[in-house]
Design a binder for this molecule. Structure first.
Ligand SMILES: [Zn+2]
Length: 217
């Protein structure tokens, strides 16, 4: 969580917060509603929209959420924002970044964290935390989540949005809009062919009957 907080401060320093009042309101409204069902009292939640055309969003450990302006037109409305936010928060709730630390590049990061200590703000450590949580484009490295992590985040995300009062059936339309983007426009988080858009949509449709049991309009 401490690393997440430091990394988030870095992102806020390197970016400019959006001045679009509608988008800022959407992010905060959806954020508050999902926060209320996420059952993470120890998180210090924060929700921001950042200027820029990146089609990307992330949630760092501790509940530090940001969307770039570029993804807002694809979200279209609060429910679309809830699809993305549910998915990103699910990655943080399921500790996917931490799981990635157990292998490959992750092992190196654990070493860095142990050697510099959590209180220090070594830029290399912060950059690596950003990579682990899908902020890749910001640090110039693409490190998509694995297919298992994506699938898990999709399902937990749908349940979160449903519990927060957003119709999870909207996720199908959201991913269809995302599928229409050219490969070059897709960010690391959503670029991966794991799962492909078609497969993802099919899987979401299969989950919907169960997920709808959590949905209170
Ligand atoms: Zn993801």
């Amino acid at each position: 969580m401490q690393l997440g907080e430091q990394a988030y401060q870095e992102v806020l320093q390197k970016n400019v917060v959006s001045t679009n009042p509608e988008w800022r309101k959407q992010i905060r409204t959806v954020g508050e509603r999902i926060k209320n069902v996420a059952e993470k009292p120890e998180f210090k939640w924060e929700f921001n929209v950042l200027k820029g055309t990146d089609v990307n969003a992330f949630c760092l450990p501790g509940g530090k959420v940001a969307f770039w302006e570029g993804i807002m037109p694809i979200c279209q409305d609060e429910t679309g924002v809830a699809v993305v936010m549910g998915h990103e928060i699910a990655h943080a709730l399921a500790h996917h970044g931490a799981e990635r630390m157990t292998s490959g590049m992750g092992a190196e990061i654990v070493g860095q964290v142990l050697s510099v200590g959590l209180g220090k703000s070594d830029p290399a450590v912060k950059d690596n935390v950003l990579k682990l949580y899908g902020v890749g484009a910001q640090v110039g490295v693409m490190l998509p989540f694995s297919r298992n992590h994506e699938t898990e985040a999709d399902k937990i995300g749908l349940i979160l949005m449903a519990k927060a009062g957003y119709d999870p059936r909207a996720a199908v339309e959201f991913w269809k809009r995302m599928a229409k983007l050219g490969e070059g426009q897709k960010p690391p988080e959503f670029l991966s062919t794991h799962p492909s858009d078609d497969r993802r949509i099919k899987q979401i449709e299969e989950w919907l009957p169960e997920v709808l049991t959590y949905y209170k309009p």
